[in-house]
Design a protein around this ligand. Structure first.
Ligand code: SF4
Length: 309
């Protein structure tokens, strides 16, 4: 079986900086303990679990916002994740006298700035993103004049009264153009004079381009967490752009061996928050796999916490 390792893949600058920040706090005793992360520092459970071994508590409660979660922190150091944080949460951390660090990626900060600027200029903002994702949560906290849209259905529900307004449309950094174009088509019919600022970040774009431009293969595996928006999008792009059966898996242990039956070629990529060791373990497994030899079928992960970090 031919195994194609797509590049670029894996960690982006925003993830690298966020991980470095947590490691620095772990190594620096002067940061008050306990160490909390408000959410998952980046969307990868293996990383969250590895940090837990070093005493880092990730507060990630389903249905709770960052503002809800900060209330449960009474002391210590709080790290805000790469996905961005609202001014309200920062103020609350200050009021509570917490030590805090902000790992928000500079590409996410750029979107916050663009949205704030346009609101100041009197625009109404339409923001395309994923529901229940921390990046939109922080953006939507900026103002009530931001309309959230996830899909075409939401776009159709946008109020017709907005047609009298100046409209600015922008998006979450980790979407694909496939998602955005479908929504924009509807926005265009409702508010023809809208202004659009594509904020898919460069790291997301170049990883998606590598998937679009790859040679045709029988199967593509995307290594990334189920919560990782950009990983899910890579699988989506593989299917939509080239019709390649594409699966997102958290690691080697999630490979379904039936996918490999009669496969001649497989490509591998990974999301921006996937540890390199996790992707390399998948590639090593695929390279030695022989569907006729059961000795090559063991796909339990052997990685330790140290390998992950
Ligand atoms: S995927 Fe893009 S926006 Fe998200 S952390 Fe990486 S560089 Fe920043």
């Amino acid at each position: 079986m031919k195994v194609i390792d797509l590049t670029p893949r894996g960690y982006c600058h925003g993830v690298l900086s966020a991980l470095a920040m947590v490691k620095k706090v772990i190594k620096t005793p002067s940061y008050p303990r306990p160490i909390y992360v408000l959410g998952q520092i980046v969307h990868n459970k293996k990383i969250t679990e590895a940090f837990r071994e070093f005493g880092v508590i990730s507060l990630d409660q389903k249905g709770k916002t960052r503002l809800d979660m900060i209330e449960s922190v009474e002391s210590g150091t709080v790290i805000f994740t790469a996905h961005g944080i609202s001014d309200q949460v920062i103020s609350r951390a200050k009021e509570k006298g917490l030590t805090y660090l902000n790992a928000t990626c500079r590409d996410v900060i750029k979107v916050h700035k663009a949205v704030k600027e346009k609101l100041d200029e009197g625009y109404k903002v339409i923001y395309i993103g994923h529901r229940n994702h921390p990046e939109p949560e922080a953006i939507l906290a900026i103002s009530k004049d931001i309309y959230f849209v996830e899909d075409e259905k939401d776009a159709l529900l946008l109020p017709s009264s907005l047609s009298k307004e100046n409209i600015f449309v922008t998006n979450q950094t980790t979407l694909s153009l496939y998602d955005i174009q479908a929504v924009l088509k509807i926005i265009e019919t409702k508010y023809p004079n809208y202004l659009f600022d594509n904020e898919i970040c460069n790291a997301t774009t170049v990883r998606q381009d590598a998937v679009k431009l790859q040679e045709k293969v029988d199967l593509m595996l995307v290594i990334g967490d189920e919560m990782s928006s950009n990983s899910n999008k890579l699988a989506d792009v593989g299917l939509k752009s080239q019709g390649i059966p594409s699966y997102r898996i958290g690691g080697v242990e999630e490979i379904d061996l039936s996918w490999l039956t009669d496969i001649q070629s497989v490509s591998v990529t990974s999301g921006a928050s996937t540890p390199t060791a996790v992707t390399e373990e998948v590639i090593s497994f695929l390279k030695q796999y022989n569907e006729n030899d059961p000795n090559t079928w063991d796909h339990q992960t052997k990685l330790t916490y140290e390998d992950i970090l």
